[in-house]
Write a protein that binds this ligand. Structure first.
Ligand code: X5A
Ligand code: ZN
Length: 662
């Protein structure tokens, strides 16, 4: 894709190496809003979020290069610019509700809201601080600013709090500048809402207002993703004189990452921003589309955020105000925020070339949005060139090491057929009792907590022998030779054990080419044992929950599913049947889960081809093929780093497996 392989170092904006004037606002009193103490579950919108960001900005030396602003309380008349009297008095009343149970009862009237005694103060400071930051930038006292605030704001509507949001901080600041501070000359504001959720509140507040261009890119999942419903659809383009000034980019599914967002920037946001020509940009900067976020299921890297922000710096003379919205992985939000502040300070030349391509669904969404909005923004009118939209990351076909995907198979399997139900069915059939199966489907997933109590050894003979690669499937991340970053498991704890073992099974290489590695075969393990053979496998002791997340990722499926791919019942079955066919995708290569025995009482599982595939390899129906160099090297490094074999031995082992007849 043109967009992320940027060669032109987008102008170094460092005026002679000097930092731009960047304001930062943080105040610990915003930690006084928190979920009731012994909550059964930790609430993701927790005080540590802003502490994590603040402490990384300080420890990394960025904070001291910024101008630290004092947080301010919001004024009632500014709240009233976007909220009803009733809403304002509700939030203000919380501090005097003196029992937790009363606060809980009050909060229960709303969608995804909690209150604590300090909520009133925190909400006031969050809204007041975004105003303060915006005002200083509008006046030109600062070039840009980042308000590290909570509670977040973009779901809050005129008359009600919602989705962890009490006051709509960004909408209040926007309205303040446009209505109360005409003197500052900010007449048009672009709001970029990159929080993974749709900014329903902000959208409604400016729906008929041509002075505000509201742009939101979010997971939509056919209207099922929070806040759910159709407000986040691309058909919501604004009304009356605000027509065309509301742009929604609704993802069809999770897993979107840098390549997807940058494609949207290059083909929708940036061209429209050039036409709109804002006087200021306010970013509803949630970091819940970041890689590793427990709610978002997307995978923007810190580098991705820095390019997204950098591309906005060319507008409005760089007058950008960022306000924190969501984002629930402390490490992800801190590193993402750091990348953004870095860009605000000196503009950053994004010179990392990414291999990743957008999903086919991303191009589909982009085209829908462009078509819908082209009447208002003629620049969106033309069709995108074929050569652009043909560059996609297809949904991967089942592969025990993400190497079994091929373009041709993938093309035969459009991603929309890959719903979790299609995938689950074959395994659910293992259950005999239909009633209990239905029941389980309705109960929704306690499966995660259930399967987190069961351990298995995940045994790999392929590229996951390289630990750094396997760790991406647990912790999230990307190493070279991966086409896109992994989101990681929902349970990011390290394997409880790593051991190597040899098994009396034949390792061989087959198939023509893979999307990941190019031409060359990938590793398979003969499902049947053979005393003559000796294959080296790396065993990771992980929970059955993590095992499922590994399967999901290798199949590019969503982690937030209501069913596991491989549950305790399947684990029982496989120990007597020895293998289970998981026909996840018609034509998948690694569709056979094989039980290799147990290690210290814990079952050992691997994934490979089926016996009938072996027949097809032997008959020549499917080609036997040695691995390409890069792939072979990955296996060799895995074996060497795992201290199983010397480099020479490892090469000889792979060499033999790729040349000896089956
Ligand atoms: C600000 C934000 C998310 C609400 C999710 C509720 N809210 N399930 O990210
Ligand atoms: Zn969010």
């Amino acid at each position: 894709m043109e967009s992320n392989g940027e060669i032109e170092s987008s102008l170094s904006r460092s005026n002679g190496g000097e930092d731009r004037r960047v304001g930062l606002i943080f105040d610990e009193r915003m930690c006084k809003h928190y979920a009731p103490a012994p909550a059964e579950e930790h609430h993701p919108e927790c005080p540590d979020r802003i502490l994590a960001i603040w402490s990384l900005l300080n420890s990394s030396g960025l904070a001291k290069r910024c101008i630290i602003l004092k947080a301010k309380d919001v004024e009632d008349n500014h709240l009233a610019l976007v909220h009803t009297k009733k809403h304002i008095s509700l939030i203000k009343s919380i501090s005097s509700v003196n029992s937790e149970s009363k606060r809980s009862r009050l909060a229960a009237r709303f969608n995804s809201i909690y209150f604590s005694e300090g909520s009133t103060e925190a909400a006031s400071l969050a809204a007041g601080s975004v105003i303060e930051a915006a005002e200083k930038v509008a006046k030109g006292e600062l070039d840009s600013a980042f308000a590290i605030v909570r509670p977040p704001g973009h779901h809050a509507e005129e008359g009600e709090p919602m989705g962890f949001c009490l006051y709509n901080n960004v909408a209040i600041a926007t309205s303040y500048l446009l209505n109360e501070r005409r003197d500052l000359g900010i007449n048009k504001i672009l709001i970029v809402d990159w929080d993974v959720h749709h900014g329903n509140g902000t959208q409604k507040m400016f729906y008929k207002d041509p002075r505000v261009l509201f742009f939101s890119v979010h997971r939509y999942d056919s209207g099922t993703f929070y806040p759910s419903g159709h407000d986040g659809s691309y058909i919501m383009t604004g009304e009356d004189s605000g027509a065309g000034h509301n742009i929604n980019v609704p993802w069809e599914h999770g897993r979107c990452g840098d390549a997807d967002y940058l494609a949207v920037w290059d083909n929708i946001l940036i061209p429209v921003a050039k036409e709109f020509y804002p006087d200021m940009i306010i970013v509803s900067a949630g970091f819940d589309a970041a890689i590793g976020d427990p709610l978002g299921g997307c995978c923007i890297t810190p580098h991705g955020y820095s390019i997204m922000l950098d591309k906005l710096m060319e507008f409005a003379g760089g007058k950008i105000v960022m306000a924190l919205e969501g984002g629930y992985n402390l490490n992800s939000i801190a590193t993402s925020a750091r990348a953004c502040v870095d860009v605000l300070l000196h503009g950053k030349a994004p010179n990392v070339v990414s291999e990743a391509y957008p999903f086919a669904s991303t191009w589909r969404v982009i085209q829908e949005v462009r078509r819908e909005l082209s009447t208002y923004w003629p620049v969106l009118g033309g069709e995108l060139p074929e050569k652009t939209i043909n560059k996609t990351t297809q949904i991967a076909v089942l592969s025990s090491d993400s190497e079994g995907e091929t373009e041709d198979i993938v093309l035969a399997v459009p991603e929309e057929v890959l719903t979790i139900d299609d995938v689950i069915l074959p395994l659910s059939n293992l259950k005999i009792d239909l009633d209990s199966q239905d029941q389980e489907a309705k109960m929704k997933p306690s499966w995660r907590s259930e399967l987190s109590k069961v351990d298995v050894w995940y045994a790999t003979y392929g590229s996951n022998m390289k630990m750094a690669r396997f760790r991406c499937y647990i912790e999230g991340g990307q190493i070279e030779g991966m086409r896109r970053p992994c989101v990681g498991s929902m349970d990011k704890s390290k394997p409880k054990g790593i051991i190597w073992k040899t098994f009396p099974h034949r390792l061989f290489f087959a198939r023509e080419r893979t999307a990941t590695w190019g031409p060359g075969g990938v590793a398979f393990l003969h499902p049947n044992s053979n005393a003559q053979e000796k294959a080296h496998l790396c065993l990771y002791k992980i929970t059955l929950e993590q095992f499922n997340d590994v399967l999901f990722q290798e199949n590019s499926l969503n982690l937030e599913t209501s069913h596991p791919l491989f549950d305790s019942a399947a684990l029982q079955t496989i120990q007597t049947e020895k293998s289970i066919s998981v026909e996840l995708v018609q034509g998948g290569w690694y569709h056979n889960l094989v039980y290799l025995g147990n290690e210290g009482g814990t079952p050992v599982l691997t994934m490979t081809c089926s016996l009938s595939d072996v027949d097809d390899f032997m008959s020549g129906k499917f080609p036997i093929n040695p691995p390409c160099k890069e792939y072979a090297n990955t296996l060799i490094t895995g074996l060497v780093e795992g201290e199983q074999l010397s480099e020479e031995e490892a090469s000889a082992y792979i060499q033999e497996a790729s040349s000896k007849p089956l």
